[in-house]
Write a protein that binds this ligand. Structure first.
Ligand SMILES: NC(=O)c1ccc[n+]([C@@H]2O[C@H](COP(=O)([O-])OP(=O)(O)OC[C@H]3O[C@@H](n4cnc5c(N)ncnc54)[C@H](O)[C@@H]3O)[C@@H](O)[C@H]2O)c1
Length: 423
């Protein structure tokens, strides 16, 4: 249970009006989360529970926080990326909704971690991460707080990978629900959300015409598929680089050129990494890129573009426009790095559209309710989101769009359950 004074560390409390308008705009696109908020307000499933959240502080997250508060939780929130905070939203959350927020857009690394510690100081009973940073601190410097925690949730692929590593080593301190792995999350958020918002980030930062460019997507997972699909829609010639033969084959049959990174580097105009891995764009590629190449990342951490390698071949750096840093290389080329190699869709654009976060955050809210209700049955493991939650969210989302679907007839149900019907 949280005991300390309520507190916050945000850019400017005077931005609350603007933030509130954006939160309400996002809310209009989030009917599933809204219906959960209304139910939570009646049932109070999180009554008195201290929630420690480390999420991108955006208008969509604000609507998740509203649902959690309606459910009776005390919410402390910090950012899951130093560049993704919307300062006006942070202000509205503190001023209008009573959340504790520790997040300032552009905060340095030290402040970023101080803010995570501020959330941990509140003694979270449920953690809600996007990239496992709170989990990382609780399992590292702050094991003193581990015994308070009933369970947690994790939003993204990279976080789930880290949690599974902890689980494999037998070190996971409490049960965590992998929200990312819900179908109503990664089928839609990673693919359509990252697809649209990554292109949006590149376009807002550079204002380049995508049509006719050779756009290289590195990593053809859920996010990469979305980015490639949307870039194709803009008229780009899309090249995919992969290390997994199945996914590379899938990209080929989806109609994209597939080649090694170093070959793509020679011909590409724009490079987008979405691998969840380090060094997806490293020296070997940077050395052969054409002058004028634009390089960015939409995977979780800023290790996908190896910035040390870029620095090593750079003679001079210069700021071109917000989120566009020019690197004049020692051999006289220009390479442009967007958003300092951090998530370009969150830094240079606004992250995922609310309509897709509606489903991701509906999963978060229902997973938090599940942890609050069922934690005593859960072991110190990484759990999938229960199937019924996934189906319920898909059903609610379809209903919100006025879409009805058919159901199985009894004869069809029997047929599907049988082994002896048919020839
Ligand atoms: N930008 C966003 O808003 C956003 C949203 C969701 C997820 N993410 C992040 O994006 C990343 C990818 O997520 P995903 O769900 O697509 O994961 P995924 O596991 O479905 O796909 C990653 C793909 O990258 C490939 N890969 C790994 N290393 C590679 C390398 N060196 N070169 C080429 N390909 C390589 C893998 O084989 C895999 O196919 C993760 O870090 C995730 O956390 C970002």
């Amino acid at each position: 249970m949280a005991t300390a004074e309520k507190s916050h560390d945000i850019a400017d409390i005077a931005l609350a009006d603007e933030g509130q308008r954006r939160i309400e705009w996002a809310d209009r696109q989030m009917p599933v989360l809204r219906s959960i908020r209304e139910r939570f307000a009646n049932e109070r499933p999180l009554d008195g529970i201290a929630l420690g959240c480390c999420l991108h502080v955006t208008s969509e997250t604000a609507n998740l926080v509203r649902a959690l508060l309606a459910g009776g939780a005390e919410v402390a929130l910090c950012a899951s990326n130093p560049l993704s905070t919307q300062d006006d939203v942070a202000s509205a959350l503190v001023d209008r909704h009573g959340a504790e927020v520790y997040a300032v857009k552009g905060e340095d690394n030290e402040t970023y971690y101080r803010h995570i510690h501020s959330v941990v100081d509140r003694g979270p009973q449920i953690t809600m991460d996007d990239g496992a940073d709170v989990v990382g601190v609780l399992h590292g410097e702050r094991t003193d707080q581990l015994q308070n925690v009933l369970g947690g949730t994790e939003e993204t692929t990279t976080g789930v990978i880290r949690l599974k590593a902890l689980e494999r080593q037998g070190k996971l301190g409490y049960p965590i629900i992998a929200v990312n792995d819900a179908k109503t999350k990664h089928f839609f958020d990673n693919r359509y959300g990252t697809g649209q918002s990554t292109l949006d980030g590149v376009i807002r930062a550079t204002n380049v015409l995508i049509a006719g460019l050779r756009l290289v997507v590195i990593g053809y997972g859920w996010c990469g598929k979305g980015v490639a699909m949307r870039a194709k829609g803009h008229g780009a010639q899309v090249i995919v680089c992969e290390i997994d033969p199945l996914r590379a084959l899938e990209a080929l049959m989806d109609g994209f050129e597939v080649m090694r990174g170093v070959e793509a580097a020679k011909v590409g105009d724009v490079f987008i990494s979405v691998t969840g891995n380090r060094d997806a764009i490293a020296r070997e590629m940077l050395e052969v890129m054409k002058s004028g190449a634009i390089v960015c990342n939409s995977g979780h951490f800023d290790v996908e573009v190896n910035k040390d390698d870029l620095e090593a071949i750079t003679a001079e750096r210069f700021q071109v426009r917000p989120f566009v840093e020019g690197h004049r290389t020692k051999d006289g080329r220009e390479i442009f790095l967007l958003a300092d190699g951090r998530l370009v869709n969150l830094a240079a654009a606004e992250g995922h559209p609310a309509a897709v976060m509606d489903m991701s955050f509906a999963n978060q809210a229902l997973a938090a309710e599940h942890v609050a209700r069922d934690h005593s049955y859960l072991e110190k493991r990484v759990y999938p989101v229960p199937e019924e939650i996934d189906r319920e969210i898909a059903r609610l989302k379809l209903a919100s769009r006025g879409v009805e679907i058919d159901t199985l007839t009894e004869r069809q149900r029997e047929y599907l359950a049988s082994w002896d019907q048919g020839t």
